[in-house]
Design a protein around this ligand. Structure first.
Ligand SMILES: Nc1ncnc2c1ncn2[C@@H]1O[C@H](COP(=O)(O)OP(=O)(O)OP(=O)(O)O)[C@@H](O)[C@H]1O
Ligand SMILES: [Mg+2]
Length: 251
């Protein structure tokens, strides 16, 4: 089956600085794909290119068979996203904020309750968004991203600011989404034990370069073959990044 996201030599440069270098990603339909990399590796830049927020310098990509830039609007219609801090109308309640999105997308009124329920916000639906805690805002952002049940969800560090219970809940939710609403999830995170529990595949980025892409099992095999630690994702990740940093000249 054709991947839901496929990139071809996707590259972003700022002046003479390369943020993302010749990426060839393959995100399989119906999976949770963990997008990993140290601070500044290029994860957000890549995700923003998928959403038309950053223009690629070189390269192309397809999402659900639609090609960028030709089908940009169609791509946006198929993609729910949570990038950095979600923003809302503070004086409106969580429910009212979601209702605005619902109207724009032309969905049934019941979609709001479904989205609140899915993200564990039912109890807080009638509180103004400006009174939400950080974790509640993340959840509301997630609710807004999935309300239209898009085939693809792009989540940039969705557990940012959540407490351990919240992290567990969001992980369980993300894990359940392919089955529950039939979507593919591209998720970036620095919480590697969480990614290990929820991702089918991972892509590891360092300084804009893709160091590895494949299933968790393939990652373990690759690490073992290279003589790197393969017991858990965190150790393998650190070893791969360290190995790559040694190969490259200082930044
Ligand atoms: N508008 C910009 N102009 C210049 N450089 C930029 C710009 N946006 C991003 N960068 C640089 O591109 C690199 C990649 O940034 P990006 O935000 O994609 O990293 P990231 O992997 O998401 O990191 P983090 O884990 O910290 O979120 C960084 O070095 C960043 O400083
Ligand atoms: Mg980022």
């Amino acid at each position: 089956m054709k991947p839901i996201i496929e990139t071809h030599e996707l590259t972003k440069t700022y002046g003479n600085f390369t943020a993302v270098y010749r990426l060839n990603l393959h995100i399989r339909k119906g999976t949770v794909y963990g997008f990993l990399g140290p601070n500044g590796a290029g994860k957000s830049t890549t995700m923003k290119m998928f959403l038309g927020l950053v223009r690629p310098t070189v390269g192309t990509f397809t999402i659900d068979g639609m090609a960028y830039p030709r089908d940009r609007m169609e791509i946006l219609r198929r993609t729910g996203s949570l990038i950095e801090e979600p923003s809302f109308y503070g004086n409106l309640t969580g429910r009212e904020n979601l209702d605005l999105i619902r109207r724009i997308l032309g969905l049934k009124p019941s979609a709001v309750d479904d989205a609140l329920e899915l993200t564990g916000l039912t109890r807080f639906g009638d509180r103004p968004a400006k009174k939400y805690s950080l974790g509640m805002k993340q959840r509301l952002g997630l609710a807004g991203a999935l309300i239209g049940r898009p085939p693809l969800l792009i989540l940039d560090e969705p557990t940012n600011g959540l407490d351990p219970v919240g992290i567990h809940e969001i992980r369980t939710l993300i894990r359940s989404l392919p089955e529950k609403i039939g979507c593919t999830v591209l998720v970036s995170s620095h919480l590697l034990p969480e990614i290990e529990l929820m991702a089918d595949d991972v892509g590891i980025l360092n300084r804009g370069h893709l160091l590895f892409e494949g299933s968790m099992e393939e990652l373990r095999e690759t690490a073992a073959m290279k003589g790197l630690p393969s017991d858990n994702l965190e150790e393998t990740f650190l070893a791969l990044v360290d190995e790559d940093n040694r190969k490259r000249r200082p930044m």
